[in-house]
Design a protein around this ligand. Sequence first.
Ligand SMILES: NC(=O)c1ccc[n+]([C@@H]2O[C@H](COP(=O)([O-])OP(=O)(O)OC[C@H]3O[C@@H](n4cnc5c(N)ncnc54)[C@H](OP(=O)(O)O)[C@@H]3O)[C@@H](O)[C@H]2O)c1
Length: 284
Amino acid sequence: MKIVVTGYTGQLGFDVVRQGLKLGLDMVGIGSGELDIQNEAEVSYFINNIKPDAIIHCAAYTAVDKAEDDKEQCWNVNVAGTKNIAEAARSINAKLLYISTDYVLDGQGNSEFKEVDVPNPVGYYGLTKYEGEKIVKNIVDEWFVVRISWVFGVNGNNFVKTMLKLAETRNELNVVGDQVGSPTYTSDLATLLIDMIQSDKYGVYHASNEGFCTWAEFAQEVFRQANKEVKVNSITTEEYPTRAVRPKNSRMSKQKLLDSGFEPLPKWQDAVTRYIHEISEEVK
Ligand SMILES: NC(=O)c1ccc[n+]([C@@H]2O[C@H](COP(=O)([O-])OP(=O)(O)OC[C@H]3O[C@@H](n4cnc5c(N)ncnc54)[C@H](OP(=O)(O)O)[C@@H]3O)[C@@H](O)[C@H]2O)c1
């Protein structure tokens, strides 16, 4: 099977390509340097030239706060770019797996959002990712939409790396403790995505490591496992204002994964253990 992966130079795309290669699949990973997804003609030419059986679309404008002031660029990549990818996929009858986000949800209440619940994004980035979901569903016949959250992977910056960096100079930190969600280790998710793209179990999925936590609990676990003596003070969202509003409740039900016979991802604490090991191997 030949698979094009957008966002190869980012966290998730990198691991998706790595996992596919491990399984002997024909993987073509691309970053914006190889192909700017905003350019319709280039996307069409590129995809028609390679003729993959499937596209895993990980590329996105991911700067959540910056997006509030840079709406045009965010829209051009996440909406227009996704439309270009979807139309190219349709033109060669390729399957399309689109990566979306918990930020399409409004985060109200305390219960888990189901795959069938209607999104209601509270920030601009989330709005563009939801537009991307709708475009994929409307244009392509064989589509997957996979909503993920709180991503960490070896190839890029993320919350875990930031916490470990801060631990070098700080022994006390304030971290938001009233937003609840699930961390997602790209290496674990990549295994699932490669499994999924080889199936015909199309539809909307939620995928992240098992279990829920707050950002403060996430930080505490990282410090505990990395043997760092850092005191974490749990603060409220209001005490740590950001440009973009984020959903307070990012609990996503993963029932659809189970019902479709996919293997759930390991617990998030287990993912942190393996990730810390992976990045420590990297710097040796
Ligand atoms: N990070 C999170 O916490 C999180 C949470 C939920 C969902 N997601 C979703 O998960 C997916 C992967 O996220 P990530 O963390 O791996 O992202 P990332 O590390 O920020 O990487 C983004 C990727 O998109 C590419 N890209 C950006 N603009 C492009 C353009 N105009 N043309 C082609 N490629 C372009 C980048 O290429 P260059 O580097 O070459 O510019 C890079 O490879 C995204 O769809 C994101 O919305 C992420």
